[in-house]
Design a protein. Sequence first.
Length: 328
Amino acid sequence: MAADVNFKTDFDASVQGWNAHNVRLLAYCSDLAYETRETVVQRLENWQLHFVDFLTSGNTQAFLADGANVAIVCYRGTEPTNAFDWATDAQARQVRGPFGMVHAGFNNALQLVWSRVSSFIQQSVTADKRVFVAGHSLGGALACLTVARALSENVAPDRLSLHTIGQPRVGDTDFVQKMNQLMQDGMVRVVNNIDLVPRVPPRRSVVGHYEHCGGVVWIDVDGKLHRNPAYWETLLHLLEFTPQPEPPVAAGGTTIQGLRGLLDKFWPSWPAPGALLDLGITFLTSNVTRLVLRSIGKETIKDPVSMISDHFRDHYTRLLDARQEPVD
């Protein structure tokens, strides 16, 4: 529960990458980033953190906070359907960014607050504090870009830590390779089961080529955590062979056209279900694939609403609240 949060006693700034307690607390921060300035100030005080600034410009909102040996930059995200629009509409074209080509819309959103964020990061590093950058959904994309820009401005990789939940893709292969090279284990990217948003923008489309940085922690249908990236890659591979679902139907029998349109944007013409056989028996019968197939489930194909609900930030917070360690 958020009521028992205490950054002085529970947060370990000496750990750059995965730490169950840190991930839990930063998930709370990502949730807090959606609130008003007044709520942020009060909550941070309760959590034994010092409020530094509340940033809002256009659609970009973030707060800055620090403690004895830690600094936090946390961005507000957006609701699932809005996040989907951000990641797939005309803003998904790519522009030159740090280390490669990046999402134009995310890049523009970060630019609105970058001067203040950059100054805070530099001041924190000078004060010998590690800077933890976090966010959910769109906020996760801005967090990823923030770390990349800080690195490009010569902030040492070991002074930064990136924690995102439900984050969409941000940049191309060059961007991802450089981030992975510099940050290595200093990144944590949590994906809840079949959350739709981390799968956009599509890896390959007319607007560009997108990949994800490392550090993935995938939460399966049973709520268990997996750091082995094979689960995430298997999920992506299998969903490319999932037949397009029928539109959800409301209680009165009316098709929910809004979600239908969202799915039409996301799903191109996938291979026929029989094409699963092309994946090979070894792949289909592995333990990893068996678990991922169970997470996808038959009901998901009939009713894709879970792809949206798995993105809700309270789902992430509840699952991470257990402070469990990954099973593999």
